[in-house]
Design a protein around this ligand. Structure first.
Ligand code: GLN
Ligand code: ZN
Length: 766
């Protein structure tokens, strides 16, 4: 009998109950006990859903109040000293101090929070464990043991889940030069006693996640897998080692012979590898195949999967388990709540709840024969057929345009230096031109107007007048500040992807399709279900109006194809590259319309370019080639005099600086101030050819930079980049800030620019 299990379930709750409980607790509106009750309710509901869906084993330990890596730090007692000060601070409040730098406890002063970073190639963020030679571990299993008992009380077969010691160490960060692996000897005894404690609870299996197996690992880390899992073997409980987010690749050799009783692999992204795995794993091991995509929201093709699985089932029998490819943390909870999706599209989708049902259908078909689930298999077949043949998915016109692209790389015909001369004649900008990244503070008034328009309590004209008022204000503030290149302020946009997705064909939106991004923060990614096209101009009227208010150049403002792709649920029936090109073509129409409307500078934001990088280095070049091409396609065909800007933030760019240059944007504005211009390291070895605006104002902080601080940062930049290439701008958009912070900060910025012009300007450079 093939078994079904799950690696993890979304924990924010079907209606984001955890988010609201957390935020109330942080504000002091509810007690710790209330928060604990909400958390227990969500866990119980999640377990019940999984029991009802017929799972043979349900995960325990996948729930978290904030982040599972942070939970692991608490589980093994790695809490840096600065968070433990003040003996009376509860464990819960210490936990939130690590996560957010603060807690509702008035006796615990604010403290620097732990660093947060992206969890592999997902949009989830984890709290980076702080490691170092002084770190000691101490087992604190109570929280996990309590949850094990809670789940057992429901009468279910459970499988505790923990993050493996090697992935934990890999994901942590120590001081410069510190080798995390040096802590292995210290961490292993703690893991061994943890596993013993879990075994004492009377469970048969434990799942140990080692997602770093989807990465390129240095040899000493591969060897460490052997040491580690030979030691853990001494346990009384069976170990299922779980790898996900990609194929094992050459790590397979390392782990095929480890003394663990079971292995879970990602059979969606690593499907081609399954035959090799079958060959290599020893005859006693359980193989869990992650056949249902945990990273996307599409219904699986069950009939096709079944045909593929049958011979594997014959070979493995009881030793075959079925599961989602990874934890379901990365998909929304329940499609059943969606009542506003287009009917046909709704049938093509599958959220966490539905994915469990798909698994159940598969295992029933394998164990009892297809007749037992004939109805489900038929429904699945017709949904798959409808999607494949829907005229809403494949559009002749879009397909034709794509086919005509050929292998043009879409580089601009005139080289940058010549473009710069032509653009300078038209724009007449000073040395060190100043600009901002696009958005201005989203005031309560702005939100209210958008809300009223959405609900229909004001009409289109009233809405447009109100937005025009905002634009006029934004323009006059910028003129008063003496900024050189203006923006309209983006008051009409709630979100940089949703705003465009709502106006493009091929996109749809859910009501409750929330996915955790970090802590209480959730995102609701749009769904790209069909060929993308632009029925009508999206931003042109706002930009035209804004330009009419000023003699200074007004930047048009668009979200680039890779960011549109990266922050959406993307089609799985064509390569990502194809979808990116479709979006690029739609944006290109917008770019050309903006140009026609008299906009001389157009910014195409790509903050998510780096996020799209594949987990394995060997695949980077291929991705960067198509991603940069899609960007160039989106601005292809503009006049030499039209200046193209792009903007990037959220990450380090040193290792992809060459790809950034390949974008061939005339100007890039880029986040740097928080890292103290660390970005500039890239310019020591690489001569960036075009103009660049390293961010000089950290917009994530309420602190207002002074003129001197900005000048200092720019002087640092000047050590590597010639003055004529430099722009001055903030790190990112200003929408989350207040006007009384933004105004003085921009004032400092403009003053700094003027001082720099006096110091570095020569008549020839103007
Ligand atoms: N133009 C956008 C803004 O200013 C860019 C946002 C981003 O980079 N995340 O808000
Ligand atoms: Zn940004």
């Amino acid at each position: 009998m093939a078994k079904v299990h799950n690696l993890g379930f979304p924990r924010i709750g079907a209606r984001r109950e955890l988010k609201f409980a957390l935020e109330r607790y942080w504000k002091g509106e509810v007690s710790a006990e209330d928060l604990a009750n909400t958390a227990a309710d969500i866990r119980r509901e999640n377990w019940q859903r999984q029991i009802d869906a017929g799972l043979d084993l349900i995960p325990v330990g996948d729930f978290s109040l904030y982040d599972q890596v942070l939970d692991t730090s608490f589980l093994i007692g790695n809490i840096p000293a600065r968070f433990r000060e003040g003996a009376s601070v509860s464990l819960l409040n210490q936990y939130f101090r690590v996560a957010r730098g603060r807690s509702p406890d008035p006796h615990a002063p604010p403290v620097r929070a732990a660093e947060m970073t992206k969890w592999f190639d997902t949009n989830y963020h984890y709290l980076v464990p702080e490691l170092g030679p002084e770190v000691q571990f101490e087992l604190q299993p109570q929280n996990l043991l309590d949850q094990i008992r809670e789940a057992k009380a429901l009468g279910a077969n459970i499988k505790p889940v923990i993050l493996g010691p090697l992935s934990y160490l890999w994901l942590g960060k120590g001081p410069e030069g510190f080798q995390s692996l040096d802590l292995l000897e210290r961490i292993l005894p703690v893991y061994s006693s943890l596993i013993e404690k879990i075994a004492d609870e009377g469970v048969e299996w434990i799942q140990i996640d080692e997602p770093i197996l989807a990465l390129d690992l240095p040899d000493n880390w591969k060897t460490a897998f052997e040491t580690t899992y030979h030691q853990i073997r001494q346990s009384k409980v069976k170990v299922l080692m779980a790898s996900y987010f990609g194929p094992l690749g050459e790590n397979l050799t390392t782990i095929a012979h480890l003394p663990v009783e079971g292995l879970h692999i990602d059979a969606v992204r690593g499907r081609d590898e399954v035959t090799i795995v079958l060959d290599k794993i020893s005859g006693y091991k359980t193989l869990s195949l992650g056949v249902i995509d945990g990273r996307n929201i599409w219904r699986a093709d069950l009939n096709q999967l079944l045909q593929w699985l049958k011979p594997i089932h014959e070979k493995l029998g009881d030793r075959l388990w079925l599961a989602p490819s990874c934890s379901l943390l990365h998909v929304p909870v329940d499609l059943g709540q969606e009542d506003q999706l287009p009917d046909d599209v709704a049938h093509w989708l599958s959220f966490a709840q539905q994915k469990l049902e798909e698994l159940n259908t598969l295992s029933t078909a394998l164990n009892q024969g297809e007749d037992a689930v004939a109805r489900q298999l038929d429904a699945n077949a017709s949904a798959v057929f409808n999607r494949q043949n829907s005229s809403r998915v494949k559009k002749g016109e879009v397909q034709n345009k794509l086919a005509q692209l050929g292998d043009n790389t879409f580089f601009r015909e005139i080289p940058f230096n010549e473009r710069k001369t032509v653009q300078q004649q038209s724009l007449n900008l000073p040395l060190f031109p100043t600009t901002t990244i696009g958005s201005f503070p989203q005031t309560p008034e702005i939100r209210q107007i958008r809300q009223q328009f959405k609900q229909g309590s004001i009409d289109k004209n009233d809405y447009a007048r109100a937005m025009e008022t905002e634009i006029r204000q934004a323009v006059s503030v910028q003129e008063a500040l003496d900024i050189d290149v203006l923006v309209h302020g983006e008051a009409e946009r709630n979100d940089m992807v949703e705003y465009f997705g709502e106006q493009l064909d091929g996109y749809c939106f859910t009501r409750f399709g929330w996915v955790q991004s970090y802590g209480s923060r959730c995102v609701k990614p749009p769904i790209i279900f069909g060929d993308v096209s632009r029925p009508a101009p999206m931003t042109v009227e706002w930009s035209r109006f804004a330009q009419e208010q000023s003699q200074r150049p007004m930047k048009g403002m668009l979200t680039g194809p890779i960011t549109m792709l990266q922050w959406s649920f993307v089609r799985d029936d064509q390569p990502r590259e194809v979808t990116a090109n479709q979006i690029a073509l739609a944006l290109q129409e917008e770019v050309l319309d903006l140009e026609q409307a008299g906009i001389r500078i157009i910014q195409v934001d790509e903050p998510a370019l780096r996020e799209g990088l594949p987990l394995r280095r060997t695949e980077w070049a291929k991705y960067l080639a198509w991603a940069t091409r899609a960007f160039r396609l989106s601005v292809h065909g503009v006049a030499t005099s039209t200046q193209i800007h792009t903007h990037m933030c959220y990450s380090e760019f040193n290792d992809i600086i060459e790809a950034i240059a390949e974008l061939d944007a005339d100007v890039i504005t880029i986040e740097t101030s928080r890292s103290d211009m660390e970005l500039l390291d890239a310019f020591v070895n690489f001569q960036y050819p075009n103009d660049i605006g390293p961010g000089v104002y950290d917009i994530h902080s309420p602190n207002i930079p002074g003129r001197q601080a900005i000048e200092d940062l720019m002087e640092k930049a000047l050590a590597h980049i010639p003055a004529r290439q430099l722009w001055i701008n903030p790190d990112c958009g200003l929408k989350t800030r207040q006007w009384d912070e933004v105004r003085p900060a921009l004032e400092s910025m403009v003053e700094a620019a003027k001082a720099l012009r006096r110091r570095h300007g020569t008549p020839a450079s103007h």
